[in-house]
Ligand binder design. Structure first.
Ligand code: SF4
Length: 334
């Protein structure tokens, strides 16, 4: 299976419950950003996400309130680098006790000192390790030598210790598709649980030269889609068709909401300048979802992010019996 059965079922149950109660829009994932401090300064990362001070981190109680307020079954802990958050154990315990699933997005450098032997493996905890290429590329993107080797070592140790462990890779202009396939092979070699592949988002604060145009995204994802059946890639076939330019989808920014040190961020974690809200109700009711779904905004023109479109890809598939069967077969394979 692509994901453990409990995780897949929790999403399916949530979707059914929301739709039966007549909700057209609802979050399935909350991206929690407890801090904007990081031990790396990667080239494709928005500057504000790795330059914050630890002292400005969010209190655990506020983060758990955000989890409760939005009701999403999946909590993506990112940042910044979440293993630097001193209260990470308390936060994870608070989320798991609520029956939610955690995806801990990390560069892996501190897993041995901040996670192993401190936060035990759990069917509710998935480590999502950032690797943007093989050794030379990843160390270049991370601006530091040795990051790739350390991350690979941490994946091995995490699997030996029984943690669900996934890789997460971003495709940039310079990314060679054969290297993405090498990463997929590495997942098999390391006995990791899968890999998520997304095109990079063009942040305003980052050098534009490294990002793909829409045509380049389509070209690279056509090639990725061709080899995808051989590997444990955790993006649905419909999402890959969308990324390859073979189908259009509306955005569903409300499916992945974002809580940050500045408050709830509208409309999604990628767009700057559309506002932050202190309370959930204000964020949910005041954001013009219809506008952001349309993808007409300039900031959406080149966006093909998993967080915005995977929900729409699944909804589209489930409109037909054939699509539902294809989706179920994909979930159960690998
Ligand atoms: S298209 Fe991308 S940038 Fe625009 S709202 Fe959707 S996820 Fe955000």
């Amino acid at each position: 299976m692509r994901f453990p059965i409990g995780f897949t079922m929790a999403q399916a149950k949530h979707r059914t419950k929301m739709e039966r109660s007549g909700q057209k829009r609802y979050p399935t994932v909350i991206m929690l950003e407890p801090l904007y401090t990081c031990n790396l300064a990667c080239l494709g990362c928005s500057v504000e996400r790795h330059t914050g001070k630890l002292v400005d981190r969010m209190p655990v109680a506020d983060l758990l309130k955000a989890v409760d307020d939005c009701g999403a079954p999946i909590v993506n802990i990112c940042g910044g680098e979440p293993t630097l958050y001193p209260e990470l154990k308390e936060l994870c315990e608070g989320i798991i006790v609520r029956g939610k699933y955690i995806i801990l997005c990390t560069n892996a450098l501190k897993l041995d000192t901040k996670v192993f032997d401190i936060i035990p493996p759990s069917p509710h905890l998935f480590l999502m390790i950032h690797l943007d290429g093989m050794r030379e590329t990843h160390d270049y993107v991370c601006n530091r030598k040795g990051v790739f080797d350390k991350a690979v070592e941490m994946v091995k140790q995490a699997r030996d210790r029984g943690y669900y462990t996934y890789l997460n890779t971003t495709v940039f202009k310079e990314t060679n598709v054969s290297e993405v396939e090498d990463l997929c092979k590495l997942v098999d070699e390391l006995k990791a649980n899968g890999i998520l592949i997304s095109p990079g988002y063009e942040y305003e604060s980052v050098d534009k030269e490294m990002f793909l145009t829409k045509d380049q995204i389509h070209e690279k994802f056509k090639a990725i889609r061709e080899f995808s059946p051989r590997y444990k890639i955790n993006a649905t076939p419909m999402f890959l068709e969308f990324a390859a330019g073979m189908r259009e989808l509306p955005c569903a920014p409300w499916s992945t909401v974002n809580y940050t040190p500045k408050g709830w961020k509208a409309p999604c974690y990628l767009v700057e300048g559309a506002g932050y809200f202190e309370s959930w109700d204000e964020f949910w009711n005041k954001t013009n979802w219809e506008y952001w779904e349309s993808r007409l905004d300039d900031k959406c023109q080149n966006c093909k992010m998993h967080s915005g479109f995977e929900h729409s890809a699944v909804s589209e598939a489930m409109k037909t019996v054939g699509g539902t069967i294809k989706l179920a077969a994909w979930s159960l394979s690998k």
